[in-house]
Design a protein around this ligand. Sequence first.
Ligand code: BEZ
Length: 390
Amino acid sequence: MTTRRTPLILGALAAALAFAGAPAWAQQAKLKVGLMLPYTGTFAALGTAIENGFRLYVAEQGGKLGGREIEWFKVDDESDPSKATDNVNKLIKRDNVDVLVGSVHSGVAMAMARVARDSGTMLIVPNAGADAVTGPMCAPHIFRSSFSNWQPGYAMGEVMAKKGHKKVVTITWKYAAGDESVKGFREAFEKAGGQVVKDLSLPFPNVEFQALLTEIASLKPDAVYTFFAGGGAVKFVKDYAGAGLKASIPLYGAGFLTDGTLEAQGAAADGLLTTLHYGDSLETPRDKAFRLAYAKGYKLQPDVYAVQGYDAAQMLGIGLAATKGDITKKAEFAAAVGKARIDSPRGPFTLSKSHNPVQDIYLRQVVGKENKVVGVASKALADPGRGCRM
Ligand code: BEZ
């Protein structure tokens, strides 16, 4: 017997059958994104900026990536590598996330990469520059939207050599990011005939710089190269100026030294030259639109961390669009992201074979509250991806 309602019932039945036959990811509907970032400690502001940028891109896509709404999971990793494995396992085993996004600190990111490799979970690194993540630890399902520690350091090595500096002291935190930033700097600087006369360091996240500043004053190098970021960078720049060194021994750094920090550093940062893959005065239509949307949404000016978060979401969106929302199709996901030209506020970039951005590294100078771009220090600089087999 048929009634006027029969087509409706048959339609509903067909839809139910199609749904039952659909793969698990489609039935689950929402994509579970696990943000593992620092929300406390010296890198807290960096974690927040990354999350803001990521959410901004998702909001611009109507709240969906690859047709799927997002369910958010968050862990404060405190920039503490000793807690990182437990923290990432909370996201994978307790929350069952589909994709990990994190982190800021290189030591934490290396622990995340280890777990991501073992479990096969997709990982997008939106800051931490640990060379190993796109070196020996590289994997088809691990991507970075930011930089390798080597990149800004290498670019600054060339800049400082061209400026005629011969003898340089380096100073940084003693952990992967500081060590690798200095190593990249040294590689280019020594290749160009310069000499690193002393490497100074203190444990992360210590900020008792006074004894080291006294040592710099007595060594009298031509210049200083440094890697610090977040709250530590604020204090270092102020202490360097306060110790009376700024006028006599020029200070240079990887751009984290002055990114997201200028309000707090004030006049102590004026004139500093740094190298980074973003700056405040790019003035491209893409960057202007991003900066406007970010300022409107968060009542804050964006920085490099916000850009990296935004681009991590773009990369996830590109992969999911290619797989129609199915993040388990890892090879298709990787092929799409691997050949994409990512339309970043920093300028378009592609990924190297080891999944690290190939990008312009800008030379920036602090003018007032801006990291003004004064040139391109290194065009389309690719990390060498040493040790990556993929
Ligand atoms: C890092 O640990 O890799 C890092 C932290 C802050 C800024 C840049 C790099």
